[in-house]
Write a protein that binds this ligand. Structure first.
Ligand code: DGL
Length: 266
């Protein structure tokens, strides 16, 4: 390394599982000069049905360790279920760190819908958050918003991403409530409000009773992160590889292989 080159701090991307990879792949395109550390709290997965106070405590505790160990430039919380619960607490607990959040894309959906019928497909946790209700109240009062809390889809998506067989019936029974017909109009936008779901967008498209726009916020999150991470022309990524950390300490073979496919050392 020459004297003119600085070692750049990495970008940390956090999710309960492997759904945050949908955000990581976009973030990498926009920040090629940075190293990435992907954290999957697989020991706590799925977050969707956790009791709120216990989950809050867990995530704040994890971040105390993660920040001390990895010294990131910025943390992307690539998990709606986590950020809608604990985003404000993370910022209060670690004021020196920049957190980029992931929240249901209700505002852009409300701006784009023609029929006025929008559905939000998310975990049960995200659906019941005050944060989600506030987004609807603030940005989508003119719309009919159907919140669909799926118990199983994050798990199904994990299986699908790892290459396991997933039945059409199982997927359809999780998404069919998103399709609403009212006074001659039909749902035209479904917000993918869990970072696991964009991996299954092709399956959703194939099974949908009619075509809708499946809104994936990953690129917008990556753009937000890029705007907060200083551009450093002479900077280098110090280790030359990106890292995936699993809180279980023990990802299975299929998961390790998946990480390799994403260029991450697990
Ligand atoms: N990927 C997470 C999200 O965006 C949630 C998955 C889970 O732990 O249930 O909400």
């Amino acid at each position: 390394m020459t004297a003119a080159q600085n070692e750049l701090k990495p970008v940390l991307v956090f999710d309960s599982g492997i759904g945050g990879l949908t955000v990581l792949r976009e973030a990498r395109v926009l920040m090629p000069e940075r190293g990435f550390i992907y954290i999957a709290d697989d020991a706590g997965f799925p977050y969707g049905s956790w009791e709120e106070e216990a989950l809050k405590k867990r995530i704040i505790g994890l971040f105390a360790e993660l920040l001390a160990e990895h010294h990131p430039e910025v943390c992307i919380i690539a998990c709606n279920t986590a950020f809608t619960l604990v985003g404000a607490d993370l910022r209060a607990a670690f004021p020196q760190m920049t957190f980029v959040g992931t929240v249901p894309a209700i505002k852009p959906a409300a701006e784009r819908t023609r029929s006025g019928l929008v559905s939000v497909l998310a975990t049960p946790g995200t659906v019941k958050r005050a944060y989600t209700r506030d987004l609807i109240q603030s940005f989508a009062q003119q719309c009919h918003v159907r919140l669909v809390g799926s118990e199983n889809l994050a798990r199904i998506a994990e299986a699908y991403i790892r290459g396991d067989a997933v039945s059409d019936e199982a997927v359809l029974s999780e998404i069919d409530q998103c399709f609403v017909e009212k006074d001659g109009s039909k749902t035209d936008i479904v917000v993918l409000a869990c970072t696991h779901y964009p991996f299954m967008a092709n399956v959703f498209r194939r099974l949908a009773p009619w075509p809708v726009d499946w809104l994936d916020p990953a690129e917008a999150i990556a753009r937000r992160a890029r705007s907060l991470v200083p551009q450093a022309a002479d900077g280098v990524h110090p280790d030359n590889f990106d890292l995936a950390v699993f809180t279980s300490g023990n990802p299975d073979f299929a998961t390790r292989r998946l990480m390799q496919g994403f260029g991450l050392k697990a």
